[in-house]
Write a protein that binds this ligand. Sequence first.
Ligand SMILES: [Zn+2]
Length: 372
Amino acid sequence: MNSNIKLGKIMGIPIGIHASWFLIFFLITWSLATGYLPQEYPKISSSINLIVAVITSVLFFGSVLFHELGHSAVALRNQIPVKGITLFIFGGVAQIGREPSTPGAEFRIAIAGPLASLFLAGLFGGLYLLDQQIPYLSAPSLYLMRINLILALFNMIPGFPLDGGRVLRAIVWKLSGNFVRATQIASASGQVVAFGFIALGIFSVFSGQLMNGLWLAFIGWFLQNAAASTAYQVNMQERLRGSTVAQAMSRDCTQVPGLMTLNQIVQERVLSQGQHCFFVTDFSGAKIGVLTLQDITRVPQLQWRYTAAQTVMTPLHRLVTVEPDMELIAALKKMDDENLSEVSVADQYGLVGMLSRDNVVRYLKLRSHLKM
Ligand SMILES: [Zn+2]
């Protein structure tokens, strides 16, 4: 989830908004301004209700942000970086830089969000006790108390990726000592919860609650995707454990002189010999960069005749490299962090090959074919 709009930083964490957030902000403000507030304050003009609705809605999302800051503060305290917090259509998400290394840390980070929401529920509840008689204040405080209570309880449903699912994972992890097993159980329960939401949503649609039903089904669908992709990732990590870059990388990159044109490379090397990565060399035969099919396709085909390999290659000093004996999981993580679909492989003597996501998929297929 990437932010489209950046709001600034809190505790050094970039805070942003995803475009989908505007829809939910509008829906909530609208339901407050036309439903909840006129019901509570029938005598107040609709323009004032609208202003109160906007402020309440902003505080609603301030509460969501506070919940995510709860997770983030504890993550930072456990030396885990937080890349950012994004508000989006289903609430908020804190991008925690990596998985916690102990069940204790996982538990504390997960529980911090619901506790932050409970704290706000108490705060708005207390405020409501004080401002019961004051128009403009009482209904919003009551509403925000309820919302924060719902945020705390909803998130404690024990299905990954909800906070309750993470708490469940921490507990199973602690009891079994097995992180992978714990993640599998938590994401399986997450998928059960997700399908529960979808079923409940469909049931609501057929019993006449169209909007609520659709909403529940969408949340279920979102949770299902997240739980399934976590299960897939952990499964893949488990299968890749112990494998190194050298086992999956491709070694069939050949050398091309820097002045060779793209047209020549495509005709003589790619089409007729099926090669797809090249080490570009200078006059002395030393490697000066890497050229991939991706680099070639970035140049319009009409210019291939006049474009030399060395002008579009990635030069050595800009290459992101991994070592042959690096764990595959670590190499994939590095590709993720750098947002790359392939990296060069280099040992102490220089470039030896390339590693792409396709290589990893092929390697996994080969292993499963060999029943390894
Ligand atoms: Zn949370």
